[in-house]
Design a protein around this ligand. Structure first.
Ligand code: ATP
Length: 350
């Protein structure tokens, strides 16, 4: 039998396998921008759904970010195709203030918020996006260029929680070219988003490098395999961190402040220590997730404080604020407490 990859189009049987695990969901939101990948998602999901006697309600959602004048027409085109495919469709507008810098990430945040809200309002457990193998490979390159850790290099997960719903990416191992071929065979026209090629943004610039990397052997398939291996390693490290956390809790006295026994913590490996600090700071702090580099610097400062204070009993001292948490060492215990609000800290009130 030919491998699915050898067929340029995604067959009905292959789509059935790709969507199989969600066949009993009550409803699914499909995030459809009007680009080829997400139109193929809607087309393939609609065909899959039609072949089921009983299956999820499909609701396609297009977010108009209000950033390009063509967006309204693209949303109408999606609505028209959705109607022809017998799929419900909604267009949602991003109405908030548009920032001057960091526009792509602000637009993405707003988009996921709107998609999650749509899912909740129609009883959908999942939001599907059409991220492809090419997107996954680009994500690996982007994260490599930023020096991400193992969790970051594991790139996007097939399913993850976001804003109270499950974000599902059924096409993470499907090349974009096969989705485009599927649409061409079905006679479905699609829009090309010019921002996908805009060299002012990092992702399009890195995307342009992909053919040269592939020519050197670092093709999308290899990069995606790397991400999958790192996801596996990351999951194992997370389980080890769970174990370390339970052990540290079992030897820690009762305290209202989160923390760890310094000696037991110091005996652990750096990777686990970074993860423990990160988890606790993110749980206790109130300024969003801590950056990996900053947690690494904190760990280094802790180690220095321990080395410097070792000769004098009870003299190991450290106090730092990170991501809305205060991390201190007191009486041979690492303590992590919520930081006072910024205004009060600046005014020297606390
Ligand atoms: N305007 C939109 N409306 C609805 N869904 C969208 C929209 N834009 C993107 N999506 C969904 O997100 C998927 C990824 O799109 P794209 O690669 O352009 O996003 P991105 O900005 O790079 O964000 P991400 O970090 O999620 O990759 C699309 O396949 C589609 O499912």
């Amino acid at each position: 039998m030919p491998r699915p990859e050898e067929s340029p189009i995604v067959s009905a049987a292959e789509a059935r396998n790709l969507f199989f695990e969600w066949r009993s969901a009550p409803a699914l939101v499909l995030a459809v921008s009007g680009g080829p990948d997400s139109l193929a998602l809607m087309w393939l999901a609609a065909r899959w759904r039609r072949a089921l006697k009983k299956g999820p309600r499909l609701v396609a959602v297009t977010v108009d970010h209000g950033l390009r004048k063509e967006a309204a027409r693209e949303a109408r085109d999606v609505r028209q195709l959705a109607k022809a495919l017998d799929v419900e469709h909604r267009t949602l507008r991003w109405r908030g203030e548009k920032p001057k810098t960091g526009l792509p990430s602000a637009a993405r945040e707003a988009r996921y918020r709107l998609l999650a809200r749509a899912a909740r309002s129609c009883g959908a457990s999942h939001v599907f996006t059409a991220h492809t193998r090419d997107d996954q490979a680009e994500t690996v390159i982007m994260r490599l260029s930023r020096g991400s850790g193992i969790a970051g290099l594991a790139a996007m997960a097939r399913q993850s929680d976001r804003d109270g719903v499950v974000l599902a990416r059924p096409f993470l191992d499907v090349p974009k070219s096969r989705l485009v071929a599927t649409l061409a065979k079905a006679g479905v026209a699609f829009a090309d988003d010019p921002t996908n090629h805009d060299p002012r943004f990092t992702r399009p610039r890195l995307r342009a490098l992909m053919p040269a990397l592939a020519a050197e052997g670092a093709d999308a398939r290899g990069l995606v395999r790397l991400a999958a291996r790192l996801a596996r390693a990351n999951a194992a490290l997370d389980v080890m961190t769970d174990g370390a956390e339970r052990y540290l809790a079992s030897i820690d006295g009762v305290s209202s402040v989160a923390g760890f026994d310094l000696a037991a913590f110091s005996a652990l490996t750096d990777e686990i220590r970074v993860r423990l600090l990160m988890r606790t700071i993110n749980r206790v702090g109130h300024e969003g997730p801590a950056e990996l580099g900053k947690v690494e610097a904190l760990l280094q400062a802790m180690d220095q404080a321990v080395t410097a204070g070792k000769s004098v009993v009870g003299r190991i001292r450290l106090k730092q604020t990170l991501a809305g948490a205060v991390i201190s060492i007191q009486s041979n215990r690492i303590q992590i407490a919520p930081a006072p609000p910024r205004g009060r800290r600046k005014a020297g009130l606390l």
